[in-house]
Design a protein around this ligand. Structure first.
Ligand SMILES: Cc1ncc(COP(=O)(O)O)c(C=O)c1O
Length: 365
């Protein structure tokens, strides 16, 4: 009897053109930051409408650089959601600032601007706004608060908000190119801004070599062969996004009659479906186990909310979402395996289809 192959939760999409691009870059003697990095930066700036971009070794490094470029340090507060991975929190801690956690909107999973407004202090120097799972945060409401916005596009490269690409709308934006992100350089990141001074400061802080003055700088550079991979991946971004959207539409068609909540997309935003997250009321752990038994790797899309790490109470929306959110496999190479995922999910609910209205959360708009 042959074993059932396991469908991974996420996977990088690499082809022969990516391997060729890295190989060509490696034939030059320029391994560290060089012309491929400069081109990758220019392309990313062009794509997002930013005035410029600064490539970094990771998304967390880009977030840290963004905070330091804004002059944020000890005594300053930075707002961020509790419902996000620990990277953004670490960037704030590295800068020596105080993180102020805010609850999420359980419909979009992004920062709830009402909670943000209530949390603002006189010391709040930035709002770190992830576009979680590929859906842009409510940028208009956040920008109206008059505090610098750092758009965290680690999961949302290519998404649009009111017709504009994310990353170039806030004061600063960052991307991550970790192995399983929308496009990858293995590890890597990018800082974006429309503000030339902020870009200049971030560029100055990124590395330390041969400087006339001694201030505390970093080594947050991306290598040239990573940037060559990034450029090759970037060419395929439209195809990656089309495939993600087609897979999400397929999931939606085949799951919407089940008692789960499928993703909500406000009319003014475009979702790129970095993650396809559904919510199940009750039995999340059982569902994860049943899916694993069927060879489908599903996950909680956020491992642990930050308020739990920091032993803080409250955060009702985040708790509600964390205890019910399930992320199904979605990536450009998923292909026909989506049929197996859907079959496995439907098998769990067999007999319950048509019961959706019971657990549906009404749309806010
Ligand atoms: C929303 C978000 N922000 C920041 C990061 C940090 O990016 P990196 O892993 O490249 O440091 C991640 C990475 O997973 C992320 O998902």
């Amino acid at each position: 009897m042959s074993a059932v192959s396991v469908i991974p939760h996420s996977r990088p999409t690499l082809g022969p053109e990516d391997r060729r691009a890295v190989s060509t870059a490696l034939t030059s003697s320029q391994l560290a930051q060089g012309p491929y990095v400069a081109e990758f930066e220019a392309r990313l700036a062009g794509l997002t409408g930013a005035a410029g971009a600064v490539a970094t070794s990771s998304g967390t490094a880009a977030l840290h650089l963004a905070l330091v470029a804004l002059g944020i340090g000890p005594g300053d507060d930075v707002i961020l959601p509790s419902y996000v991975c620990a990277g953004p929190l670490h960037a704030i801690q590295h800068a020596g600032a105080t993180p102020l956690l805010v609850d999420c909107d359980p419909h979009t999973y992004n920062l709830d601007p009402i909670h943000v407004k209530r949390t603002l202090t006189r010391r709040t120097k930035a709002i770190l706004a992830p576009h979680l799972f590929g859906l842009p945060a409510d940028l208009a409401a956040l920008l109206s608060l008059g505090v610098p916005i750092i758009e965290d596009c680690a999961q949302a490269l290519g998404a649009t908000y009111q017709g504009r690409p994310v990353g170039g709308i806030g004061t600063l934006g960052i991307c991550s190119f970790y192995a399983t992100k929308v496009i990858t350089t293995g590890e890597g990141g990018m800082l974006l801004s429309r503000d030339a001074d902020l870009l200049h400061r971030a560029r100055d802080l990124r590395d330390y070599d041969e400087r006339r003055t001694l201030r505390t700088r970093f080594n947050y550079k991306l290598t040239d062969f990573q940037a060559a991979l990034g450029l090759s991946q970037l060419q395929k971004l439209p195809d990656f996004l089309a495939k993600r959207r087609a897979l999400a539409a397929h999931y939606h068609r085949r799951l919407q009659d089940l008692p789960l909540i499928t993703p909500f997309v406000p009319a003014d935003r475009d979702h790129i479906f970095y993650r396809y997250v559904v919510r199940v009321t009750g039995g999340l752990k059982i569902m994860l186990t049943r899916l694993a038994q069927a060879g489908v790797t599903a996950r909680r899309p956020v491992f642990r909310p930050l308020h739990r790490y920091l032993n803080l109470t409250g955060f009702q929306g985040t708790e509600e979402v964390w205890q019910t959110a399930l992320s199904l496999p979605i990536y450009p190479t998923l292909g026909n395996d989506i049929v197996r995922v859907i079959r496995a999910v439907r098998a769990i609910f067999s007999g319950q289809a048509g019961d959706r209205s019971r657990q549906r959360i009404a749309s806010k708009r």
